[in-house]
Design a protein around this ligand. Sequence first.
Ligand code: FE2
Length: 367
Amino acid sequence: MNDADQPVMLLDPYGSWVTAEGVPVVEDFGIDLLELPVARWPRMDVAGGIAHLKGRGDFVAVFVLDLGPGEATAPQRHLYEEVVYVLSGHGSTTVETSDGRKHSFEWGPKSLFALPLNARYRHFNASGQERARLAAVNDLPIVLNLFHNEAFVFDNPCTFPEREGKTRHFAGEGDFIPVRPGRHMWETNFVPDLAAFELKTWEQRGAGSSNMKFILAEGTMHAHSSQMPVGTYKKGHRHGPDFHVFAVTGHGYSLFWYERDEDFVRIDWKHGTVFAPPDMMFHQHFNTASVPARYLAVALGSLRYPFTTEKRTQFGSVDVNVDQGGRQIDYKDQDPRIHHIFLAELAKHGVQSRMGEHIDESRFEAA
Ligand SMILES: [Fe+2]
């Protein structure tokens, strides 16, 4: 029997594409993207690599682009969405909209932007000395596996003017759409500095917690940012896969567990780290820094276009406690080891707990 007679089955067009691109691929539970190995990526004309998180689900991947001083990417255009977070360096991106106009904006570390669907774009490193590193979270896995035709995805003339946003959205301006805590939206294409962006209070998710949901380039790709004040942590919760969490400010750690697990899985994070909580695995984020800890989460299925029933449910019940039918564990119901670990970690960093309002800490001091 020769190869031509073999049954064609169990194909993975996205996986085959990744192999053919020939750049380094790292798969792990959590990844330091500043250290991700890269190699020349002919398609991009700069160096790059691919990060596959264990909790990425079936829809999402992360491409890392590493632009040398003065380098620019080859012009790109594709029928998949991309949300870009700037890890290091300074530069600019030019996006050509369907009316033929070019929109340029300048980014630096901790900038966030979206590339409107199938718009032609180019990234430029503006520095003559410094490299620039971008993390592009994208939904190519689902798009390529759905159509398994690269010409359709990478060489498609269809335009999507309704997804290009307003001209001022490329300049870093946006529109605030108030809803209620945890559902407030900021609609834009570009956030110049996510570390400085004003978040809104969302106390139900944890002590002093704040948040903003982003609607980027009218996309199905989701992004939100959350912050924990000094000496605090969020409440534990769980949901489906593919929320890619990037540390933005401060440092800390997250714990992960399934209901009957004896021990926690732990990921320590700081700027450059990304992790993705796997499908319905409980997880909880802890700030051990002497400054507020802020993170960015990117996924497929936005607050405006949830895409899956799972995301629709998630956005509805993320801050409802388990005993009320939701997916969140209130502080009073959590495993006592969680607060013990937190106090020990804070002590290592010389930070005082500010959880006293929410947890009776006297029983922990006595222990
Ligand atoms: Fe989560």
